[in-house]
Design a binder for this molecule. Structure first.
Ligand SMILES: *Cc1c(COP(=O)(O)O)cnc(C)c1O
Length: 230
């Protein structure tokens, strides 16, 4: 078995088990493999196993990797890190999804910069449910309005909601944060937006996230191993 095969398979099995426990259909939760800090050959190896969607946090790091992996035509790149306005142009050209849209200005820039030769850019609105003002993401009360704004822009396609709960050993507090994200997602659906993606849950907590309605989990460590400190 290759270096990553066991870990990748085990992650898929965790997702499948969580789907069963939650009474959700097989395949209702998608795996986003978070490859930040790992080099292009690691991504290539996991792609060869059948993984297609990969997440990156830094525009510059991703740019170098994308160039080295340009021959993988069916790979799908998701931006999951905070996005600075001055990186919007390159992000709109490089990524297939931006999961971290948290203000109208960045949405406008991404729409304006999305190249005509690419389809519309898939977007998630990032919501801050950690209660920490320093964290990225819009306030839960602003999520629907921002999602509606994204939907109104010509080169963006609203797909749903993303969030990163504050790490806590308190399972009830964690669950509460996932529920807040779920209720933002439900509000988008109720308003008639064509959303299908609720991105929440990582290596340590994907089971709880799936119980609370995640349709995409973002997993780095459990597939690629521990990251070096930056
Ligand atoms: C790094 C990262 C992940 C993956 O975290 P793991 O604990 O390694 O699975 C998921 N989401 C975001 C936004 C990240 O930055």
């Amino acid at each position: 078995m290759g270096h990553y095969e066991k870990a990748w398979q085990a992650t898929l099995e965790r997702i499948a088990a969580a789907e069963r426990t939650a009474g959700r259909g097989p395949g209702s939760v998608r795996l986003l493999a978070v490859s930040k800090t790992f080099p292009a050959p690691a991504v290539r190896a996991v792609h060869a196993l059948g993984q297609r969607a990969f997440g990156e946090n830094y525009v510059q790091e991703a740019g170098a990797k994308l160039a080295l992996l340009a021959d993988l035509r069916d790979i799908e790149w998701h931006m999951i890190g905070p996005l600075q306005s001055n990186k919007a142009r390159i992000a709109a050209a490089s990524f297939d999804w931006i999961e971290t849209v948290d203000r109208p200005g960045i949405a406008e820039r991404l729409s304006a910069a999305r190249p005509e030769v690419r389809g519309p850019l898939d977007v998630l609105v990032q919501v801050n449910v950690s209660g920490e003002a320093s964290k990225s993401g819009c306030m839960p009360a602003d999520a629907l309005g921002l999602a509606q704004f994204v939907a109104s822009l010509p080169r963006l396609r609203i797909r749903g909601i993303m969030g990163i709960p504050a790490p806590t050993a308190d399972a009830a507090a964690l669950r509460g944060q996932f529920r807040q994200l779920r209720s933002c997602y439900d509000a988008c659906r109720a308003a008639g937006l064509p959303v299908d993606t609720l991105s929440m849950g990582m290596s340590a907590d994907l089971e709880i996230a799936i119980e609370e309605g995640a349709t995409e989990v973002r997993v780095g460590t459990a597939i690629f191993g521990a990251r070096q400190a930056k």
